[in-house]
Write a new protein. Sequence first.
Length: 141
Amino acid sequence: MTADGKIWNSHEGYHRYTVGQRKGLGVALGVPAFVQSVNPETGDILVTADKSAVSACEVRIQNCEWHGVNPVTGSAYAVGDTFECEGMVRYRQHPTRCMVKILEGGCALASFEQSQFAVTPGQCAVFYDGDMVLGGGWIMR
């Protein structure tokens, strides 16, 4: 399905698709197409030819776990802390500079210097200081 509601094809289960996927979509739009979103409740797979529609500079994370101490304050991480680090939202991605703000309820907000391709709810986001893992959590949006 496209953003305007046009249905292009049926599929064999939403579990076979992920945000940013380009291969195996079973549609020919005449240009490269990407999965923009997957709705498990309806089974709808939203497809787009706009690569920027599957990219984001800001990522909200839940169920965060932080290790060691905040590199800025030198003490345990706390709600409201903001720090600069490197982050990854995809496996094999190169870490990218970002600012992380720790929010209430085990959540965090990461603002990346460069737009991140295929930010996928349910996948992990991990944050580093060099090769030391600071923490991470599950991507919400």
